[in-house]
Design a protein around this ligand. Structure first.
Ligand code: FEO
Length: 403
C-alpha cells in the first residue's frame, strides 16, 4: 500500500496528507452516513511540520501521502491540535517512524496525550501568543478550550494564510475532491449542520465567543482547513456564518415530533398533534424512532423551536428508543425549546410522566398538559391531540414573533 496515495498541495507550503474513510457509518453514536476524512497537513517550511495525524487504521495511507512529498524521516516537528484518537491514533507509531525533534500541543493536550499513550517523551506545551518558529515561517496557536475537548486548539500559518481549525468548521463527509467548492453546496450545508448538531451543540456559547475572538484577531484566511471533510479556499466566510446562526439557537416556527409506538396508538396521537401544529402554520417534522436515527433527530432539533416527545408505556417505563434519544439530546443540550410529552398506555401509564420529567430536566419549557390516551385514541382523544398541537403552535409563534 505504501506509495499508493498522493498528497494534495493546498497552498505554497502546505500539503494535505490525511485519509479518507469511505466506510465509517458510526462515530460513537453519530450516524455518519457519508463517511468522513481525517485531515492531516504537512508544512514544508525549513523545519518540516506535520499538523495532526489520522485514525490508527489509516496510518499507511497518511505515510504514503507524506512520502509522495518528502521522506517522512525528514519531518522535524509534530503539532497536535486535538488529542482525540481520530487525530492522534497513529501518533505513537509516527513518533517511532519520524523521530521528530519535538511534539507540540496545548497544556491540556500534553496531559491528554500522556494519558492516552503513556509516552516516554515530553510533549512541549505551546501557548497562544507564543508562535513556533519553523525557520523561515512561524506557526501561531489559538486556544479553543472545550471546542470540543479541553485540549483543543487551532494553528495558523501566516505565510500561506492557512487556519488549521481542527474539528471546528468540519463535517463528516468522504469525498474525492478535497475542497468545498468541488462539492454540492446542499450536501455541504447538510453535513455541516449534522456535525454541528451532533458534536458542537452543547458548546454553542463558546462557539459564539470563538467567532468573536477569531474576528477580533483580524487574521487573513485564504484556506480554512478543518480536520474533517473538505477544505475551504472560496466562500471562507460561509462556515463561520453557519456557526453563528446555529450557535444562536434562535427558535423558529418549526416543531419536531419524535416518538416510538407499540401498536400505532402513539403514532396516531403524533399525527393528530401534527395536524394541529401544521394547521396553525408551524413547519413540522415527524420522526418515528423505528426509522429515524438519533443523530437525525438532533439535526432537526437544531433549528426547531418546539420538541414533542411521545412514548407508549412498556413495563412501567418509556420505550427503549425514546430513552436512547432523550439521553442523547440531554447531553447535547439544545436550548430555547418549548414542548410536551404524549403517549398511549394500557393500565399503569408511567411513560408520559417519565418523558416529561426528562424534558423538564432538559429545560424544555412545557406547553399545556401532557397528553395520555388509554389503549387506542377515539375521535375525542384525537381532537384533544389537535388542540394540543394548536396550543404549542400558538406559544411557538408568540416566542418567534417576540424574538
Ligand atoms: Fe475529530 Fe474531536 O475529533
Amino acid at each position: 500500500m505504501a506509495g499508493a496515495f498522493q498528497a494534495v498541495q493546498i497552498s505554497d507550503h502546505v500539503y494535505w496528507v490525511g485519509a479518507i474513510d469511505w466506510g465509517i457509518r458510526d462515530f460513537h453514536g453519530y450516524s455518519t452516513s457519508r463517511g468522513t476524512t481525517y485531515n492531516a497537513f504537512l508544512v514544508m517550511a525549513e523545519k518540516i511540520a506535520l499538523i495532526d495525524t489520522v485514525k490508527a487504521p489509516f496510518e499507511e495511507e497518511m505515510f504514503s501521502r507524506i512520502a509522495s512529498v518528502v521522506d517522512p524521516a525528514r519531518i522535524d516537528v509534530i503539532v497536535s491540535n486535538h488529542s482525540e484518537m481520530d487525530h492522534t491514533g497513529c501518533l505513537p507509531s509516527a513518533l517511532t517512524r519520524v523521530k521528530p525533534e519535538k511534539v507540540f500541543a496545548s497544556a491540556m493536550g500534553a496531559k491528554a496525550l500522556s494519558d492516552h499513550f503513556h509516552l516516554d517523551r515530553e510533549i512541549t506545551v505551546v501557548k497562544e501568543g507564543e508562535p513556533l518558529s519553523l525557520g523561515n515561517m512561524d506557526l501561531a496557536f489559538i486556544e479553543t478550550r472545550m471546542l470540543h475537548w479541553p485540549d483543543s486548539m487551532m494553528s495558523y500559518l501566516a505565510e500561506d494564510e492557512v487556519l488549521f481549525s481542527q474539528d471546528a468548521f468540519g463535517m463528516h463527509l468522504a469525498s474525492s475532491g478535497r475542497f468545498a467548492d468541488e462539492i454540492d453546496r446542499n450536501v455541504l450545508r447538510q453535513e455541516a449542520t449534522r456535525y454541528y448538531a451532533n458534536i458542537l451543540l452543547p458548546y454553542s456559547p463558546l462557539v459564539t465567543k470563538l467567532l468573536e475572538k477569531v474576528q477580533s484577531l483580524g487574521i487573513p484566511i485564504s484556506i480554512l482547513a478543518p480536520d474533517h471533510g473538505p477544505l475551504w479556499r472560496r466562500d471562507i466566510e460561509t462556515p463561520p456564518l453557519w456557526y453563528g446562526e446555529w450557535a444562536s439557537q434562535k427558535p423558529t416556527k418549526k416543531a419536531v415530533i419524535v416518538f416510538d409506538t407499540m401498536w400505532q396508538s402513539t403514532a396516531h396521537i403524533a399525527r393528530a398533534i401534527e395536524e394541529g401544529l401544521a394547521g396553525a402554520g408551524v413547519d413540522v417534522r415527524i420522526m418515528p424512532l423505528a426509522s429515524c436515527h438519533r443523530s437525525d433527530v438532533v439535526t432537526e432539533v437544531l433549528d426547531a423551536g418546539a420538541l414533542l416527545v411521545g412514548s407508549s408505556t412498556l413495563n412501567n417505563n418509556m420505550l427503549p428508543r425514546v430513552a436512547d434519544v432523550l439521553t442523547y439530546l440531554t447531553g447535547l443540550k439544545p436550548q430555547h425549546l418549548v414542548g410536551t410529552a404524549f403517549g398511549s398506555f394500557g393500565w399503569s401509564g408511567e411513560a408520559v410522566g417519565l418523558v416529561a420529567d426528562r424534558m423538564q430536566a432538559m429545560r424544555i419549557e412545557p406547553v399545556g398538559d401532557t397528553l395520555k390516551v388509554r389503549y387506542v385514541p377515539d375521535a375525542a382523544a384525537l381532537d384533544a391531540c389537535r388542540a394540543l398541537g394548536r396550543e404549542v403552535a400558538d406559544k411557538l409563534k408568540r416566542i418567534c414573533d417576540d424574538s
